[in-house]
Design a protein around this ligand. Sequence first.
Ligand SMILES: Nc1nc2c(ncn2[C@@H]2O[C@H](COP(=O)(O)OP(=O)(O)O)[C@@H](O)[C@H]2O)c(=O)[nH]1
Ligand SMILES: [Mg+2]
Length: 200
Amino acid sequence: MPEIILDARFAAQASAPDQLPPPVHVEIAFAGRSNVGKSSLLNRLMNRRNLARTSSTPGCTRGITFFEVALKDGPRLTLVDLPGYGYAQRSKQERIGWGHLIDDYLTGRAGLLAVALLVDARRGVEEDDLGLLELLTKVRPPKAPPKPVLIATKLDKVPRPQRVSVVKGIARPDLPAVGFSTELAETTSDVWRKLRAIAG
Ligand SMILES: Nc1nc2c(ncn2[C@@H]2O[C@H](COP(=O)(O)OP(=O)(O)O)[C@@H](O)[C@H]2O)c(=O)[nH]1
Ligand SMILES: [Mg+2]
């Protein structure tokens, strides 16, 4: 379903609160441990080879990156690439600074409709991920808490006969999971379908 995308472009990058762009469209943010495949998924969703830069160096994404996407049959959306957590190589100071930036973004951003939480299909939901899910529940009225979406990445690394049950096993009682792999083209449509259902 990449043909759902009319146009995608880089919109902004922020490594401090005063650099955040004004929220003009509904936003869907992508979070997860570094190297889990956030940038790769964003590139597939936007049908662009490397608009969201991928890297084999953990923690290489600097700050929060905003992409504006025009859908053929719908409104514009902003897709947001968050810095990965769990990167050991960054300085403590830098991690603390980012931590605040990301926490404040996730709990306070106007127009943040959903947060896609990416977990490696082979590892499932880990402690850092639970922390993020809990953070989302801390958002208080009048702001609506962003809706979590669980995405199990790198599904090609799971043997084919186990894929369905692995994704089901990653789902939580209140939170279904959708599987994704850059190597399985149909999974891009699965993720888009899920996001479109949420974006309305
Ligand atoms: N086999 C496989 N490798 C992937 C997949 N998605 C990402 N990768 C690789 O995992 C590494 C990290 O991906 P990246 O998108 O940069 O992760 P990020 O740090 O979360 O943005 C890169 O080497 C990607 O090529 C996938 O679905 N399957
Ligand atoms: Mg990245």
